[in-house]
Design a protein around this ligand. Structure first.
Ligand SMILES: Cc1cc2nc3c(=O)[nH]c(=O)nc-3n(C[C@H](O)[C@H](O)[C@H](O)COP(=O)(O)OP(=O)(O)OC[C@H]3O[C@@H](n4cnc5c(N)ncnc54)[C@H](O)[C@@H]3O)c2cc1C
Length: 505
């Protein structure tokens, strides 16, 4: 206890010292006065009093919504740099935003933050060599795919069309052309990046090669990419994709996944992708299998699908011959409808993990748990499971150590040979419901644990991770990889400004 004399003196002492040593508090920031003049005349500063504020801050899964105090609608690379510099000076947490599809729960830790809105950096310019395209950091996948298609070109991107080509690519970029050209990130040959301290640098195989390495796999941690250069390829003729859809009732879970294992474990694995959705029917989830390939002719795909047909599907389509935009549309991934727009006001979470091979008993357990959840908790009607298994041949050819992507292990791991399985538990509401959130977390983790039964260890795709996943499961179990990432992070972002999406520390 302080002696009485000191206690008596304490208020007097602190009052006089505050007059002597503490400067008067600065007036509160006015973003329109303090920030706007540091930006180009085409940039916009949007504050919560603006009716457009929610347009810029919308999140696909609202449970992960950051709380922003300002949006900077950038028009130039220099705007991004000025916004980062301003945010640092005033200690404002910030993040880049393109589509708002990011599911990492840590985004919700942003309070009073700055949203650096990149959508206007959406240029798509085919280089003179016709072998590359230079794309703005805010461009969407469909903008790049569409522009290239018009010019007779294509490249490997995510299947989802309404997500950022950069945001999806820096974590991987899984999609139908992965087996032909590699991952989305394997197409990236150079970046322009605004670093955590606001400086702008280039990164490619010769300039800042370590940053170039890290941006391809762990990119969310290192900067805001204003521009990226990608490899592009001549596209084939039209209708080069063969596509077939088959639906099965829930009693076929083991048989369907057994058959997928049999086919996928062939050496070499088939040049084909399969996507499964488990959609909610009236009473239970049905298994909706889509097979597609641009190496198989329709008759080859028919032959491939014969063993699935022998399992007596509920429904099956004829085999279609489609071009790439046709394939995207047929699968419901064209920009506007189902694939892009979640039910308005969706809350919930993703529970993803990659598996080395399907364990039919684990898939059965996952399916039963999922069914039980959607039957007993009707509010979770918007939930679904999707299982992705893309072709992998070209992805395997890229040297494992050449990028920070940790799942390119040479023999039989995750996307090399198996699939990503994502369970989305979602509900529609005007506001977040704490009880439902608790149920989603608890039941979602149970379902995730079920699907991982029989796997050696968990592997998580950064772009579908939410925060429960270990660093090793996202960035690799090899010590050298994490050491390299941590070293770079300390050097380039010591204050962890880019710490709101799958952070390395
Ligand atoms: C409907 C849907 C379909 C999907 N389909 C696929 C798919 O086919 N294949 C696949 O691999 N993934 C897919 N995903 C996952 C997708 O890759 C991630 O959700 C990804 O985070 C989306 O990036 P975004 O930029 O669109 O989202 P945003 O929410 O805008 O951004 C997410 C995070 O990415 C970072 N970021 C975005 N842009 C930049 C930039 N220019 N520079 C630096 N950091 C940046 C920021 O950290 C940001 O917080 C899909 C998701 C949804 C919801």
């Amino acid at each position: 206890m302080l002696p009485f004399a000191l206690l008596a003196l304490a208020p007097l002492t602190s009052a006089s010292s505050s007059c002597d040593t503490h400067p008067p508090k600065p007036p509160p920031l006015n973003f329109h006065i303090d920030l706007a003049p540091t930006l180009s005349t085409s940039a916009l500063v949007v504050t919560p009093d603006n009716p457009q504020f929610s347009y810029y801050t919308h999140q696909n899964l609202k449970s992960k919504s950051p709380q922003y105090s300002v949006v900077v609608v950038v028009a130039t690379e220099a705007d991004v740099s000025a916004a980062v510099t301003f945010a640092n000076k005033h200690d404002i947490p910030f993040t880049a935003k393109v589509s708002g599809h990011g599911t990492w729960a840590g985004l919700g830790d942003i309070k009073g933050g700055m949203n650096i809105w990149l959508r206007n950096l959406s240029s798509v310019v085919v280089a003179e060599d016709r072998g590359h395209v230079v794309v703005g950091g805010g461009a969407m996948v469909d903008e790049v795919v569409g522009r290239l298609w018009e010019g007779g070109k294509q490249t490997a991107t995510a299947l989802g069309q309404c997500i950022g080509i950069t945001g999806s690519g820096i974590g991987g970029g899984l999609g139908p052309l992965m087996g032909v050209y590699g991952l989305g990130l394997d197409q990236f040959v150079g970046f322009r990046v605004v670093l955590a301290n606001g400086t702008v640098v280039s990164a490619d195989v010769e300039t800042n090669p370590d940053l170039f390495w890290a941006l391809r796999g762990a990119g969310h941690n290192f900067g805001i990419i204003t521009e990226v250069k990608l490899r592009i390829y001549d596209r084939k003729g039209s209708s080069d994709w063969s596509y077939r859809q088959l639906s099965f009732s829930g009693d076929k879970v083991e048989a369907v996944f057994d058959e997928i294992n049999n086919k996928r474990r062939a050496s070499p694995p088939p040049p084909l992708s399969e996507i499964l959705y488990q959609l909610i029917d009236v009473l239970q989830a049905i298994i909706d299998l889509r097979l597609f390939s641009n190496a198989f002719s329709p008759s080859q795909l028919e032959a491939y699908a014969a063993s699935f047909l022998a399992l007596s599907p509920l429904k099956n389509t004829t085999t279609l011959a489609l071009d790439y935009p046709g394939l995207i549309a047929e699968m419901g991934y064209a920009t506007a409808p189902e694939g892009c727009t979640p039910p308005a006001g969706s809350f919930g979470s993703v529970f993803g993990a990659a598996v080395e091979r399907h364990v039919p008993a684990a898939m059965r357990k996952m399916y039963n748990l999922f069914n039980e959840v959607i039957k007993t908790i009707p509010e979770l009607w918007a939930s679904y499971i999707f299982v992705e298994g893309y072709g992998t041949e070209a992805m395997r050819q890229v040297p494992e150590r050449s990028t920070a992507w940790a799942h390119r292990v040479p023999h039989g791991m995750c996307w090399t040979d198996g699939s990503g399985i994502n369970v989305v538990l979602a509900y529609k509401a005007d506001q977040m419901n704490a009880t439902l959130e608790g149920i989603v977390q608890k039941r979602g983790e149970e379902i995730r644990a079920a699907k991982l039964e029989g796997q050696d260890r968990q592997r998580s795709y950064v772009n579908y991770a939410v925060k429960q996943e270990s660093l090793e499961s996202m960035y690799g179990y090899e010590a050298w990889r994490l050491e390299k990432l941590r070293g770079l992070k300390k050097e380039l972002d010591p204050k962890n400004r880019f710490g709101f999406f799958a952070p390395i520390f």
